[in-house]
Design a protein around this ligand. Structure first.
Ligand code: GAL
Length: 422
């Protein structure tokens, strides 16, 4: 059903710069994080240059997000200049023969929406639906592949459990309410996109953060039990709910959506592995805790500069475990933060090898997006982490492709085919 696609991903707030109207900007202004996004990678003005680079690196597609707060800076007020800007973005992608993969929600909300209670306020999904409708009416003809929400569980974890991201809540019940609202909003968006898109093809999913998981103590039955429950909760639950049309969380909520399956493929973001330890039978504890590095089983392991384990086999494990849904799989993000590009080259080579292995063993893999095209603003971690296959010198805002960009071209070219040269 799909042509294979590959390239690199970005998100609006992380690269565009000057996103004054969203809740992250307000959070930064309140001094809640060490660094402010400011101009970020100045992509709002330099998108043409960035897409030219992506093309020169062989990419066939580009994943990015619309910034809702630019399109609707105040409730019900739609900014024509912002719509025209994204229209130019789509045109520039077309000129470089890069297929857009479009994300609608990538962690940021308009400030007005957040002030009204954000995803906890009544009618949140309906407000989001209006934005989805405007977007598909305006941009639908350019887009074949849509992502409604990026990493809903990571957003909920950081924003409603850890309190590190806006709105800074630490409340399990609220977290579950937001989860349910996201699923409702996704299902509504799915329907709107399919009904209103003027593109003959329209494929919709979420980009879901999946972790590889291993038990802390491999022979401990309770660690294995926690691991099983955690796997179900963090890797599978959103997919299960959106495939079956039942929104459920044992003992907390159960609701039937008006339509069944609202996924056309599975979008998977994969970065790392966690080791899981039993923590008790109740509440959040049943999903175990992640054991610290010094308690991991002793094996030769490598980490990125954020302390995340580099575990390429995990991509094979995650993709293989999703075969049971019988849907095509798109790797919507996979990447490494490192000052050492040789580590990035190995990361890309080894992960693509594991993805190839999953493909040979029957997984229907549509494509792959490396995170990220250019270095960018890594949320609470600021600008220090360097994920890009293209290096950004921030004071000059100049770009320089890293050698790992060639590794991506080689690996993806082998898996999905080279693009024709112009
Ligand atoms: C993902 C997220 C991106 C990016 C990346 C690297 O979880 O979607 O926005 O920050 O991680 O941490």
């Amino acid at each position: 059903m799909f042509r294979p696609i590959w390239g690199a991903a970005t998100s609006a707030h992380q690269v565009e710069g000057n996103n004054f109207w969203n809740d992250w900007w307000a959070w930064e202004e309140r001094g809640k994080v060490g660094e402010r996004s400011g101009l970020a990678s100045d992509h709002y003005r330099r998108f043409r240059e960035d897409f030219k680079l992506a093309r020169s690196l062989g990419h066939t597609a580009h994943r990015f997000s619309l910034e809702w707060s630019r399109l609707e800076p105040r409730e019900g007020e739609w900014d024509e200049a912002a719509f025209r800007h994204y229209e130019e973005v789509f045109q520039a992608l077309e000129e470089e023969s890069l297929e857009p993969v479009l994300t609608l929600h990538h962690f940021t909300n308009p400030a007005w929406f957040a002030e009204k209670g954000g995803w906890l306020s009544s009618g949140a999904a309906e407000k989001f639906s209006l934005y989805v409708r405007k977007s598909v009416e305006r941009f639908g003809r350019h887009v074949r592949v849509w992502i409604t929400f990026n990493e809903p569980l990571i957003y909920i974890y950081q924003s409603y459990l850890l309190g590190r991201w806006p709105p800074g809540e630490k409340d399990f019940t609220k977290a579950l309410r937001v989860f349910r609202e996201f699923l409702r909003a996704h299902a509504a968006a799915y329907k709107i996109l399919h009904e209103a898109s003027s593109n003959p093809e329209c494929h919709v999913s979420i980009a879901h953060h999946c972790m590889a998981l291993s038990p802390c103590r491999s022979s401990h039955p309770l660690d294995r039990l926690s691991l099983f429950l955690r796997e179900w909760f963090i890797n599978r639950l959103p997919f299960e709910a959106l495939m079956s049309g039942f929104l459920f969380f044992p003992g907390v909520f159960f609701e039937k959506l008006p339509f069944r399956r609202t996924l056309d493929f599975l979008g998977v973001n994969y970065y790392s592995r966690d080791f899981v330890r039993f923590a008790g039978f109740w509440g959040q504890n049943q999903f175990g805790t992640v054991c610290p590095r010094e308690h991991h089983p002793r094996e030769d392991r490598e980490f990125n500069d954020l302390g995340w384990e580099i575990y390429p086999k995990g991509l094979f494990e995650v993709v293989s475990s999703l075969k049971r849904f019988r849907l095509p799989i798109l790797v919507t993000e996979n990447g490494v933060s490192t000052p050492d590009d040789r580590q990035r080259q190995r990361f890309i080579r080894d992960h693509l090898a594991e993805l190839g292995r999953a493909q040979r063993e029957g997984a229907d893999v549509l494509g792959y997006f490396y995170w990220s095209l250019v270095d960018n603003f890594e949320w609470a971690e600021g600008f220090k982490p360097r994920f890009g296959i293209v290096e950004v010198d921030y004071p000059l805002q100049s770009r320089r492709p890293r050698p790992s960009a060639e590794e991506l071209r080689r690996g993806c070219g082998k898996l999905f085919g080279q693009r024709e040269t112009a």
